[in-house]
Design a protein around this ligand. Structure first.
Ligand SMILES: Nc1ncnc2c1ncn2[C@@H]1O[C@H](COP(=O)(O)OP(=O)(O)O)[C@@H](O)[C@H]1O
Ligand code: SF4
Ligand SMILES: [Mg+2]
Length: 428
């Protein structure tokens, strides 16, 4: 079903330079103090009684040609952040700039030209495609919405896009249920690429897929980036997916960025205790790291509610290093090493930011457990499989081509509540 065809890819309209591995491009997107508080309303009068502080003050840049990975546990605000920077949601505070233009409060009309440049790939390839529309209709929707007539006609261009993502262009008239999960995600990618975007925000693009398919889709995204000069923000709930494709990684906790660093610095010497815990929970199939197995940390308890986040450092209720100052004073995100920003009073791999403060909070003593390797064997197998297939060292010769998904068994379940194919504001 997914014959791969060699096709020529269009050059990016502004000739964006690739900076993969260097991270030295100019900012394409800049976010300052970004906030999204969802109001909680109660009673007959629907009075606002509180707010879900889903995103609570983010500062970061996305540079031209780079991949910024964003990781954090479920509920920490990653999807909300993705929808804010693509302006599918209206921020409650802060600023979003795209190519130097303030787009924070642009309405549907003002955003229309930008919809071409900024695209989103959604997590769930089952619900993000309208089951009543053919693949041709779905992938051509962006042309209709933007009133764009590609050279050679819409059908020809859609078929070319299907080839680009490793699908058979002859399947133009088929419906989403005729495709496997991996193939549906390729359809979502084709739709996102239709208008030759500059920035693609992929929200957990592979977490709904079988592990065996995940690496193929990640590799496809990676290949498309090199060929089309795309800039990515790739959101994931653990580090295994973003590890090999990101230039820089932002770690989020309860609506905040706690660490933002070059990929290599983050892996070699994580500075935030939460980053360290995330890395411990995702065993990395690197023989050199085997010695670190006794340091694996498994955080106890759930992420606190973003309705009333903990005082001071939001991580203090789960951090094994927390002291009194962590409870009272929020640590700012500071560049403690070149290219490595951290928000912590007692960072790892660095001199303490609060050296006088050495008495651990009682909660800190119970916050984390060291876990034996065997307990994590199952998750190790999963993430190792992904990492091995995605990893540069694993299969260097195979990285240059987009690999199609194999013809897996066809799912028969109908998608529930499909999102519309349009990507208009959902916030109104
Ligand atoms: N439309 C909404 N209304 C109210 N709360 C929301 C809405 N969307 C997300 N949230 C809440 O915001 C927080 C962050 O959600 P989300 O951005 O989806 O996190 P993640 O993608 O990291 O799992 C969660 O507590 C979630 O329940
Ligand atoms: S040491 Fe303190 S400031 Fe640092 S992460 Fe732990 S609780 Fe937060
Ligand atoms: Mg999410």
């Amino acid at each position: 079903m997914s014959d791969e065809k060699e096709v020529s890819l269009p050059a990016q309209s502004d000739g964006a330079t690739l900076t993969k591995g260097t991270g030295a491009g100019e900012p394409l997107l800049k976010v300052t103090g970004l906030q999204k508080h969802f109001p909680i309303r109660k009673g007959l009068l629907q009075r606002q009684t509180g707010a879900v502080r889903a995103v609570d003050g983010l500062d970061f840049e996305v540079r031209k040609g780079e991949t910024l990975g964003v990781v954090g546990e479920s509920g920490c605000g990653k999807s909300t952040m993705g929808r804010l920077i693509t302006r599918l949601l209206e921020p409650t505070g802060g600023k979003v700039e795209f190519e130097g233009q303030d787009i924070t409060h642009l309405g549907v009309g003002g955003m229309r030209p930008l919809r071409r440049d900024v695209q989103m790939i959604f997590q769930d390839p089952y619900s993000s495609l309208n089951p009543r529309h053919t693949i041709g209709t779905i992938v051509s929707a962006p042309f209709k919405l933007q009133g764009v007539e590609p050279e050679g006609g819409v059908k020809k261009e859609v078929q070319r896009l299907l080839s680009v993502v490793g699908l058979n262009p002859e399947h133009y008239n088929r419906y989403p249920h005729e495709f496997s999960g991996g193939q549906r995600q390729r359809i979502g990618i084709a739709r996102a690429l239709a208008l030759n975007p500059k920035l693609v925000v992929a929200d957990e693009p592979v977490s709904a897929l079988d592990v065996s398919i995940q690496a193929q889709v990640v590799n496809l995204l990676d290949d498309l980036q090199s060929e089309l000069g795309l800039t990515y923000v790739i959101i994931a709930h653990d580090l295994s997916v973003v590890r090999h494709v990101s230039d820089r990684i932002a770690v989020m906790y309860l609506g905040k960025i706690v660490e933002l660093a070059d990929r290599d610095s983050l892996y070699k010497a994580p500075m935030h205790p939460y980053t360290k815990a995330l890395m411990s929970a995702v065993p990395i199939p690197d023989p050199k790291r085997k010695a670190a197995k006794s340091e694996r940390i498994l955080l106890r308890g759930d992420v606190p509610s973003p309705i009333s986040p903990p005082s001071g450092c939001r991580f203090h209720t789960r951090c094994w290093k927390a002291t009194e100052i962590c409870k009272t004073t929020e640590p700012p995100l500071l560049e403690l090493k070149p290219g490595q920003q951290v928000a912590c009073h007692h960072p790892e791999n660095f001199e303490d930011q609060a050296p006088q403060d050495t008495v651990l909070l009682s909660v800190a003593k119970e916050a984390a457990t060291l876990v034996a390797d065997e307990v994590l064997a199952e998750s190790a197998a999963t993430s190792a499989a992904v990492a091995a297939e995605v990893g540069e060292s694993a299969d260097p010769g195979a990285r240059g081509t987009a690999r199609p998904a194999p013809t897996d068994p066809q799912p028969t379940d109908e998608p529930t509540e499909p999102e519309d194919d349009r990507q208009e504001s959902t916030d109104k």
